[in-house]
Design a protein around this ligand. Sequence first.
Ligand SMILES: CC(C)(COP(=O)(O)OP(=O)(O)OC[C@H]1O[C@@H](n2cnc3c(N)ncnc32)[C@H](O)[C@@H]1OP(=O)(O)O)[C@@H](O)C(=O)NCCC(=O)NCCS
Length: 283
Amino acid sequence: MLDVRPATDAMTDAIVALLAKFQNPDIDAVRWRRLLTYPWRRPDEAPGFVLCAAERVVGFLGTVHSTLRAAGETHRVCHLAAWITDAAHRTGGAHLMREALGLERTLVNMTPVPALARFLVTQGFRTLEDRAIVFDGARGWCPPWRRSRIVTDADEMAAILDADGQRLLRDHYGYPCVQCVAVRGRSACPVLYTIRPAGGTRTAWLHHAGDLATFLASLPAFARHVARVHGVDAIAVESRMLRGWRPRRFREQLLETPRVYRACGLAAEAISNAYSEIPLLGL
Ligand SMILES: CC(C)(COP(=O)(O)OP(=O)(O)OC[C@H]1O[C@@H](n2cnc3c(N)ncnc32)[C@H](O)[C@@H]1OP(=O)(O)O)[C@@H](O)C(=O)NCCC(=O)NCCS
């Protein structure tokens, strides 16, 4: 007899053991555990649904819940991640997904396999993103008088950020992503990125910029920063995040699988990657 339950802390070890069956060499048990214990979790919201067979955990679907403020309104968002059933209980996975699809909030799947993306489209999901804009950070595209600086010291970042920026900083501290603040004049933009390949080249992938105008004005400083600290010249930003802006020279890179979402009154451009499995698992 199979039943679906909210994941509890007592189930964490069993869920992590199940997630090892993904056999992803880049994600060890410590990272999987972090997906279940993300710091912005509300005590009343489970980090996932669990499929149980006679008290044994045989399936899991992660739910990374967060609050997003956009255009003066507060939205609840849930990122669906790491859907799995053990081999003996295949055909039970649909029970887990059904629970998640019943959640009345914006649902996002940032990292679906193609079969899952196709399935979610049949469930009312639409493409959130299918491409990144990739450009060489060393080429100037902003007037040189727009001077900015990049801050990386944790105390200094906390001192210059507003409450939302401080929350972002705290929430992602210790996770496999990089944070900095782009400062230009009186504006401070929290920036979150990971370093990973794009078309075979190590690239700084932007996942969140709290204030796009400040980020764009600070691009030359950001490009210098990632070149100096990570030895990386290429920068990738998902198309929707740029809201129509394009660097002078760039190429478009299709994502392996489109990111998909089912919105509850939230515009696609407002959805960043920050409160998803991407920074939690270092994807
Ligand atoms: C994905 C997985 C959890 C689905 O569970 P399951 O018990 O095999 O699936 P079920 O038979 O209960 O139903 C799955 C439904 O989801 C759909 N689906 C979407 N993505 C799927 C996938 N990757 N694999 C299998 N079914 C998938 C099926 O088409 C089916 O819908 P339908 O009944 O309308 O045809 C399971 O196959 C699994 O653990 N796969 C390995 C891990 C994986 O690839 N996870 C997905 C990426 S995060």
